[in-house]
Design a protein around this ligand. Structure first.
Ligand SMILES: Cc1cc2nc3c(=O)[nH]c(=O)nc-3n(C[C@H](O)[C@H](O)[C@H](O)COP(=O)(O)O)c2cc1C
Length: 284
């Protein structure tokens, strides 16, 4: 399966990948309202992975249903719609509208975003994770996959909470928070201070988390993170992973940047491209 956000809504891939290439399609996260995303630049290559700051840009639920979903459904592959919300109610609204539409075979809950009502990130708090998944569970009988963020101390705690809430499977990992600084300007190389790191750099971390979760829960675990070739999935059976999602390709040799001397001078401050320090998370 394509990892959410790395395949868009399929359109750009049509010339390269015939419909049916994937066992299932996972489109980019959809929210109730259209989202503009973060200021550019939104992605930079780092020595071993991609740092992105897309900011969950998406066309919103109405446009997705009218424009993108019919085309995705024409590929005749099951669609696992990745949904994201700012409140539990928004996740529920998304499911209520999408459940039963042609091609929709299940939902991947992107639970790494802030809950505006509670003021904390769903995916960082086991209770919030459990409540969110339970509420989603009540809205659908289709398969629910809970996508976890790796930016936690104990991934098993989150996975167990998602399972208790009624998740049929767990997918992990989303991107890891990271930074890339232009040593000349001493500013972030992306439009926000931090972004989400993906690609080969995160594969060992993803694999460790998949193994930890797969040995702790009784549902399939979908492995995501740094998967690009058949070699990179070869360790997955060992860690009892179920299906695999593939996303960011490895950094090209010509595109990679030298590791040395790229960090800012000690004690220097870090700012975004706008010069304003920001804690706004920049991934996805
Ligand atoms: C450009 C980009 C956009 C992404 N957008 C989303 C998104 O909308 N929703 C989501 O759940 N994950 C999103 N992700 C995270 C990926 O689905 C995946 O979890 C992550 O990239 C790790 O896999 P990889 O190393 O194979 O790329 C995005 C990743 C990238 C690189």
């Amino acid at each position: 399966m394509p990892a959410s956000g790395t395949f868009g809504y399929g359109e750009e891939f049509e010339p390269f990948l015939p419909p049916g290439t994937f066992s299932a399609i996972v489109p980019k996260s959809i929210s109730v309202e259209r989202r503009q995303g973060n200021p550019p630049p939104r992605a930079v290559e780092t020595p071993s992975g991609l740092l992105n700051s897309i900011g969950l840009q998406n066309p919103g639920l109405d446009d997705f249903c009218q424009t993108h979903l019919p085309r995705l459904a024409s590929y005749r592959s099951p669609i696992l719609v990745n949904i994201v919300g700012r409140t539990v109610e928004e996740y529920c609204q998304l499911i209520e509208r999408l459940d039963g539409l042609d091609g929709v075979a299940g939902f991947e809950l992107n639970i790494s975003c802030p809950n505006v009502t509670e003021g904390l990130r769903f995916g960082l708090d086991p209770d919030a994770t459990c409540q969110l998944v339970s509420a989603a569970r009540e809205k659908t009988r289709l398969p629910l996959m809970a996508k976890l963020t790796p930016n936690v101390t104990d991934i098993v705690e989150q996975a167990v909470a998602a399972r208790e809430g009624g998740a049929d499977s767990i997918s992990l990992v989303n991107t890891l928070r990271g930074m890339a600084i232009d040593w000349r300007t001493r500013r972030s190389r992306i439009g926000t201070a931090t972004g989400g790191l993906s690609g080969p750099a995160i594969r060992p971390i993803a694999m460790r988390m998949v193994w930890e979760v797969a040995t702790a829960v009784d549902v399939p675990v979908c492995a995501i993170g740094g998967t690009f070739s058949s070699t990179s999935v070869s360790g997955r059976p060992w860690c009892r992973s179920g299906p695999t999602c593939t996303g960011s390709p490895p950094v090209s040799p010509t595109g990679s940047r030298p590791c040395g001397n790229t960090s800012p001078a000690r004690g220097s401050s870090v700012s975004t491209t706008s010069g304003v320090p920001s804690n706004r998370p920049g991934n996805g």
